[in-house]
Ligand binder design. Structure first.
Ligand SMILES: [Fe+2]
Length: 215
């Protein structure tokens, strides 16, 4: 009876054996070792990287470290956004820095100061959260959105944008209508909106997980 060898060889050894016996064929000018290492690395991916999206012209450096972007009396629908920062292996990135910026309810960016701009540091579980208001529409863009710049040591910076499934532009069907905004290349960036509270204290909540690629 053949001895069961599964578990006695490393993944790399199995790949090298496959290569030697022709079970895996290389069709690349790159060195075999580099291709095997890349194969092994890619197999460990359990999460898709978050799709990138344009930086836009309104990013400002040195945003304050705050998770409270709205002030008492601000117009607009209260919104809380939360999520977790991962890498493509599914490991949480506890040291990620998440910068967000958006318009106010009326579709205006604060270009003089730092209203609706914040820098968040992910906690030990890679989680981040901030409180804001639902951003407004503005003439140069079709959809409501929040901009993100996410950085973590050893990972590629992620520049992206969060969109809302409740946006009237989608007419209730973001699956079919997400590309009405020519800047939305991926449905994944349009997130469901949860309504909570009661009619007098209604607020919206959105989850947006972030996944960075390793350098
Ligand atoms: Fe924008």
């Amino acid at each position: 009876m053949a001895r069961l060898v599964q578990g006695t060889l490393s993944r790399r050894e199995i790949l090298e054996k496959c290569l030697a016996l022709g079970a895996v064929v290389l069709a690349s000018p790159s060195p075999a070792g580099a291709m095997m290492a890349a194969f092994e690395e890619r197999e460990k991916q359990v999460r898709k990287p978050t799709p990138p999206n344009e930086l836009g012209p309104f990013y400002k450096k040195r945003a304050p470290e705050t998770a409270l972007l709205r002030a008492p009396g601000d117009a607009g629908m209260p919104l809380s956004v939360s999520g977790q920062v991962f890498d493509t292996r599914g490991e949480t990135l506890s040291n990620a820095v998440v910068e967000v910026w958006q318009t106010d309810h009326f579709g205006h960016y604060d270009l003089d100061g730092y209203r609706y701009r914040g820098k968040l540091v992910a906690n030990n579980s890679g989680r981040y959260k901030f409180d804001s208001i639902m951003p407004g529409h503005y003439p140069d863009r079709v959809c409501q959105h929040i901009h993100y710049l996410v950085t973590a040591p050893g990972h590629k910076p992620l520049i992206t944008q969060l969109y809302f499934a409740s946006d009237p532009v989608f007419e209730g069907d973001p699956d079919h209508n997400f590309n009405r905004d020519p800047l939305i290349h991926s449905r994944d960036l349009v997130r469901p909106v949860i309504l909570a509270g009661d009619p007098k204290e209604i607020h919206a909540a959105v989850q947006f997980e972030l996944c960075l690629e390793r350098l």
